[in-house]
Design a protein around this ligand. Structure first.
Ligand code: G6P
Length: 609
């Protein structure tokens, strides 16, 4: 998804802008651009379809330098990926970059065209730069004009604007798309994500909805939605992992898969006692809110939605609390009936997903008991706007396909479900048993990651395939969904997942000798039922790939490849069986030669609707 970087310093900022863009590459994009104010007082624009490396190549041919600049990675929404549609966009002495979507762009475009403005792109963004230009007048400061323009714009935006007439000012505004200010010494920065600026500062101001800011070298001033001057706190962010470092791994996704034993330990740290879960870990107000919860509504997108689907099984089984799970882009446009005592829970890696955030904001009007988020990014919008938050502690996740973020979400959700179950009469023995299982998780995760070589061999059977079917039952059904999502995201193989009992109601028609069928088969109450479903596949010549432990009693034979995994407690199976499925999609993608960390058309953090 689009990324913004801006800088104002005494030194030349070209390198800072490019490094910022590189650090945002993981979010997914299809073109990049930069605009610097040169010493000659002219705005110098360089844009390129493709990767940041293509932009750098362009800059080598046509160098550009300056102490003030803005830069952008674009993920196409309005208009194809092209040099013309790439940001920054310019109008006379003004240049800007934009994240988000301007909903009234068509009306504005015709008004501006009537005034004589000519458009050179198909983007919604270009209307903003012409609008700002049309509002500029002698004596009006850039920040005032940007503020005026925001009164006219409808939709979502994070904007960074420069003017050759104000060489010491970087103006910016946000509504619905994140924007942070990076605070330096006699130099200041802006970005859509603090990660873009970690090489230059660890101090950040998070702009709030509707804020407009004027950034100068020696100071920053912020106005709120009403135009009043406000003071926003400066947050110091901890060191954390350096995103630019893949270590000994070939891809971020691979690194993130193998980090899982370590990060699930971080999710658990300080949140479980010897035999019990510590509900306070959910936030200061948890002890007050949890006993009142009669029902849970989970809302999320993508992989995070699958985590929510798993949690439903745990909540109903352990806590006896009814739970609904829905994708954010649906619930936000549906009339819902909220029963008294319903807790609204969002799940998100980034904390900035536009649909999830919009669903939360809308839910605030609907009489929910309270709002909680399970999130990986502290200070993200979802965290700031929820009463309770449980951080997943996965560290930065760079690969677009979510791996460690998912398993840590499951761990955090398990803690939440246990905390709720505790207030709903879960016995101390059962709690101790489930907590005891969680204690073994990091070690078991290591053992499951150890299946890498076996899974790599298995992946060869998929190199020439175009379709795959994933099956699971019960709590493993969402794991099958997540396995299918991973495979389609990074290897572009069409993959679908079904609860195995549904096979005969349609998908069985697809099964023949060419269809690989991947089965998540831990030893649980549904195992015998699952085995019968697998007979239906074998009878049609389908190729089964079964992930199961020795105690499930499978063996490799004609039409069936067993990928033997270690035995594990049933409560951990959904978390652990995810790992070999991640490895499978990773190795298949390698064989297919796709862009593992930045798959085509996808973005890490989807901050537009
Ligand atoms: C994008 C990402 C997915 C992610 C989804 C939800 O589609 O590519 O990996 O699951 O957004 O993102 P969130 O940050 O809210 O978990």
């Amino acid at each position: 998804m689009c990324g913004i970087v801006g800088a104002l310093a005494q030194r030349n900022v070209t390198g800072i802008l490019l490094e910022g863009l590189r650090r945002l590459e993981y979010r997914g994009y299809d073109s990049a651009g930069v605009c610097l104010l040169g010493d000659d007082g002219q705005l110098q624009l360089r844009k390129s379809q493709g990767k940041v490396a293509d932009l750098e190549a362009k800059l080598q041919q046509q160098p550009s330098a300056g102490h003030l600049g803005i830069a952008h990675t674009r993920w196409a929404t309005h208009g194809v990926p092209s040099d013309d549609n790439a940001h920054p966009h310019m109008s006379g002495h003004i240049a800007l970059v934009h994240n988000g979507i301007i909903e009234n762009h068509q009306a504005l475009r015709s008004e501006l065209q009537d005034k004589g403005y000519q458009f050179s792109s198909d983007t919604d963004t270009e209307v903003v730069v012409h609008l700002i230009h049309s509002l500029s007048s002698e004596g009006a400061s850039l920040v005032d004009v940007v503020g005026k323009a925001t009164q006219i714009l409808e939709g979502a935006y994070a904007l960074a604007v420069v003017s050759s007439e104000e060489p010491d000012v970087l103006a910016c505004a946000r509504l619905g798309s994140p924007l942070v200010l990076g605070v330096g010494i006699e130099e200041n920065f802006i970005a859509s994500d603090p990660m873009a600026l970690r090489q230059v500062t660890d101090r950040f101001i998070f702009l709030e909805e509707g804020d407009v800011a004027e950034v100068r070298r020696g100071g920053i001033s912020v106005r709120d939605k009403q135009g009043g001057e406000v003071s926003r706190p400066v947050h110091k962010l901890d060191g954390g992992h350096d995103v630019a470092d893949k270590g000994r791994y070939r891809h971020y996704m691979q690194k993130e898969i193998f980090e899982q034993p370590e990060v699930v330990a971080a999710t658990l740290a300080g949140r479980i006692g010897e035999h019990s879960v510590l509900p306070q870990a959910l936030g200061a107000r948890a002890l007050e809110i949890l006993p009142k919860v009669k029902q849970v509504q989970i809302v999320a997108c993508g992989t995070s939605y699958h985590a929510g689907m798993v949690a439903r099984y745990w909540l109903e089984e352990w806590a006896g609390v009814p739970c609904s799970v829905e994708v954010a882009s649906e619930i936000r446009y549906r009339k819902t009936v909220v029963r008294p005592g319903t807790l609204f829970v969002t799940i998100s890696q980034s904390g900035e997903t536009a649909d999830t955030l919009a669903a939360l904001r809308q839910a605030k009007e609907l009489g929910y008991l309270g709002f909680m988020t399970i999130c990986n990014v502290p200070n993200s919008s979802l965290v700031r706007e929820s009463e309770l938050s449980l951080m997943t502690e996965a560290g930065p996740e760079i690969g677009v396909a979510s791996t460690k973020a998912f398993t840590t979400q499951l761990v955090a959700l398990q803690l939440f479900c246990l905390a709720l179950a505790k207030t709903n009469g879960l016995s101390a023995e059962r709690e101790a048993e489930l907590v005891g299982a969680l204690r073994q998780l990091p070690q078991l995760m290591e053992a499951f990651a150890g299946l890498d070589k076996t899974v790599q061999r298995t992946s060869e059977a998929f190199a020439e395939k175009n379709h795959a079917l994933f099956l699971g039952r019960g709590v493993e059904f969402p794991i099958a969904l997540e396995g299918a999502l991973k495979l389609k995201e990074i290897s572009y193989i069409h993959a679908e997942a079904y609860p195995a009992g549904e096979l005969k109601h349609g998908p069985l028609a697809l099964v023949d000798g060419d269809m690989p069928v991947i089965v998540v088969a831990p030893n649980n109450d549904l195992l015998e039922k699952l085995k019968s479903n697998l007979q239906e596949v074998r009878a049609r010549g389908g190729q089964l790939f079964v992930f199961a432990s020795p105690e499930a009693g499978f063996s490799s034979e004609e039409g069936m490849t067993l990928i033997e995994v270690p035995d594990c407690p049933r409560s951990l199976a959904p978390i652990l069986y995810t790992v070999p499925l991640q490895l499978l999609s990773y190795h298949v993608a390698l064989l297919k030669g796709t862009d593992v960390d930045q798959p085509r058309n996808l973005a890490k953090s989807v901050t537009v609707e």
